[in-house]
Design a protein around this ligand. Structure first.
Ligand SMILES: [Zn+2]
Ligand SMILES: [Zn+2]
Length: 300
């Protein structure tokens, strides 16, 4: 199970009740925080995102609308008595900012903060359930997107058939992994006769702040859900280009080229109060488009 709760969907400054960028990518076991704009910890409270489930935080780049909420959140975690170590994946310069902020206030975290500087297109985290990697995108300063891939699920055993062939319980693990079964009488029972596919392993791509670039679609090919920024509507394509941002139509083109199943649009400019046109424009190119709305959890 993979889901994403939107905590902030605005760019640059808060406006019309919308907050700077932050998202919680949720699995059954834990929550991964992606970007941490100002107000993120309040939004986490509003939408019941528990600190104790967050052990990994990913910061895409060092524009303030993506990390000005971080020092507050790290401090709050400490004040609440956190002891569990926390992993932070971020542009290399961020550790200097954090260290300076703690130094001038003579503050110390009661938990271990492991800092992992982002570099290129790298594997950042992996466990039995999920793989998380970074990819460079095309912004005015160094900026990375993040790709969340659930690992393939094991095959499900058809208990009736397994009983019929008297498969010993000790062989069930092998069946889950796709192995055929050889009976004591030397008859080969194909795995497909005994099992069915496990659930689909889903994937989510967070494409961060980026100008329009087809290379982004290469990096997230085939994802189930792609979040892509759409700071402006099509009418401001020139401005988007000049500021290394994208329009709704450009986000839709990237989703289409990537072969994504669904597109989530966010990072809206504070010049727009109404957001419906973003969806309308994108849908002319990529119909499976939704707006990333704060407080909404999207199942991947
Ligand atoms: Zn931004
Ligand atoms: Zn930016």
């Amino acid at each position: 199970m993979l889901a994403v709760t939107i905590l902030g969907n605005n760019s640059a400054i808060p406006a019309f009740g919308r907050h700077p960028t932050a998202q919680a990518v949720i699995t059954l076991e834990q929550t991964f925080l992606v970007d941490c704009g100002e107000g993120t910890q309040m939004q986490m409270n509003n939408y019941k995102i528990r600190h104790s489930r967050v052990n990994h935080i990913f910061i895409s780049h060092l524009h303030g609308d993506h990390y000005f909420g971080l020092i507050g959140l790290l401090t709050t975690m400490g004040l609440l008595g956190r002891k569990v170590e926390l992993h932070l994946y971020a542009p290399p310069q961020l550790i200097d900012v954090i260290n300076l902020q703690f130094k001038v206030s003579d503050s110390h975290l009661p938990y271990q903060l492991h800092f992992h500087p982002l570099n290129g297109d790298d594997l950042l985290f992996e466990d039995k359930k999920i793989r998380i990697s970074s990819f460079k995108v095309f912004h005015r300063i160094d900026c990375w997107g993040f790709l969340f891939h659930e690992k393939r699920f094991l095959r499900k055993i058809d208990a009736q058939k397994a009983n019929r062939y008297n498969i010993p319980l000790s062989f069930y693990e092998n069946l889950h992994r796709g192995e055929d079964y050889l009976t004591p009488g030397n008859t080969l029972i194909p795995n497909a006769e005994l099992t069915v596919e496990g659930p689909h392993a889903t994937s989510y791509a967070y494409c961060a702040d980026t100008g329009y670039n087809e290379l982004v679609s290469e990096k997230v090919r085939g994802v189930d859900v792609m979040y892509h920024e759409a700071t402006y509507l099509h009418e401001f394509e020139d401005r988007a280009h000049a500021r290394f941002h994208s329009t709704s139509k450009q986000a839709a083109m990237v989703a289409q080229k990537a072969g994504a199943k669904r597109l989530l649009l966010g990072h809206f400019s504070s010049k727009y109060e109404e957001l419906d046109d973003f969806k309308t424009e994108a849908c002319t190119i990529f119909p499976q488009t939704e707006l990333a709305i704060e407080g909404v959890t999207y199942l991947i």
